[in-house]
Design a protein around this ligand. Structure first.
Ligand code: BTN
Length: 335
């Protein structure tokens, strides 16, 4: 939930000058004592807040890598994404939590974020290693008014937003391995797990949750489980810089909201296809399609307006690959 603390922090953060205690009381309808308590709490959490008599308060510095409810909420610029926010220091899986909150009726845009997960889930029944202090783990709930067959496009919408946000925040080039892995320098920095709940009649979506894990501040590949060391990396390893997680999450949610609103306006990916393909690492590249009915190779030629990968086989025939049914690899490895 957005708290007084987050509101006061946002106000301080966005003010260039001192903010008087009275201004804060009037703005948020709270007492002087309540303001004073929040300022003290912020100081205890490591925020440097300067208090000058007759002038008021000024935020000098936030603690390095603050990743908590008030820090995230105070930075949000979105209309709906993350405005209902749950932050947990540790949880099983933010996807499971988000589904629970969605079932309880929490609104479109609800976000569950965590500093660590004890049962993080990946695609195809795999686990997602989720140690504390290194990464972003969050899940967003959306309640689209369209039929279940369109839900898989939300994963591509999310992937585009994450790639754009990583580029804005780190200056790295982020690419998408269809449909929804984000790669930097050909190694995976982010995975997305989308899950859907449909009505008993199976004709309407109740909600979709999109769970995002971004490998952010791992110092070296040794920090990853052995089985993924060849293919995984972190933004810090690739950029050489420590990444502010709350700032990156703010950008991801802003880009997600923007892309999602475009997506629901058109009802497909037609208006996002160009941007998605500009990030697509498989574009015009040789791919191996691991189809349970038989593996084949070809050249990826982009995506359709509904998100399928277009693969041109050696025979010249174009086939559409549907996400979820098959995986796609490079000819010689992960991409
Ligand atoms: C993949 O296998 O690539 C998808 C990984 C998705 C991981 C994220 S972390 C936040 C959310 N909670 C989970 O349990 N999984 C997703």
């Amino acid at each position: 939930m957005r708290t007084d603390k987050a509101d006061i922090l946002a106000w301080l953060r966005n003010s260039e000058d001192y903010v008087s205690g009275q201004q804060l009381c009037d703005r948020f309808g709270v007492s002087r004592t309540a303001v004073w308590k929040v300022i003290n709490q912020l100081k205890e959490e490591g925020y440097q807040v300067e208090s000058v008599s007759r002038k008021g308060y000024r935020l000098v510095e936030a603690p390095a890598d603050a990743f908590c409810a008030s820090e995230i909420a105070s930075r949000l610029k979105t209309r709906w994404a993350g405005r209902n926010l749950h932050f947990l220091a540790s949880t099983g899986s933010t996807n499971s939590d988000a589904k629970h909150f969605a079932e309880e009726g929490e609104p479109h845009g609800t976000v569950v974020a965590a500093d660590s997960q004890t049962a993080g889930r990946g695609r195809r029944g795999r686990s997602w290693a989720s140690p504390k202090g290194t990464s972003i783990y969050f899940t967003i709930v959306v309640r689209p008014a369209f039929t279940p067959d369109k839900a898989s496009m939300i994963t591509l919408v999310a992937a585009l937003g994450v790639a754009q946000a990583i580029e804005e925040t780190t200056g790295l080039t982020a690419q998408i391995k269809w449909p929804n892995d984000i790669v930097v320098h050909r190694k995976k920095v982010c995975g997305i797990l989308t899950e859907m709940s449909i009505t008993p009649e199976m004709d309407e979506i109740q909600f979709v949750v999109a769970g995002v894990g971004v490998n952010t501040n791992h110092n070296s590949v040794e920090d990853f489980p052995e089985e993924i060391r060849e293919t995984a990396t972190s933004l810090k390893i690739e950029s050489g810089k420590h990444i502010d997680r709350a700032g990156l999450l703010e950008r991801i949610l802003a880009r997600f909201e923007e892309n999602y609103d475009i997506f629901v306006t058109t009802g497909d990916l037609s208006a996002l296809r160009k941007a998605y393909q500009a990030h697509l690492i498989n574009m015009d590249a040789q791919v191996r399609v691991l189809d349970p009915a038989g593996e084949y190779t070809g050249t990826a030629r982009g995506i359709t307006e509904t998100g399928e990968l277009i693969v041109e086989r050696e025979t010249g025939e174009s086939v559409l690959v549907y996400a979820g049914e098959v995986s796609v690899r490079g000819l010689y490895g992960y991409v």
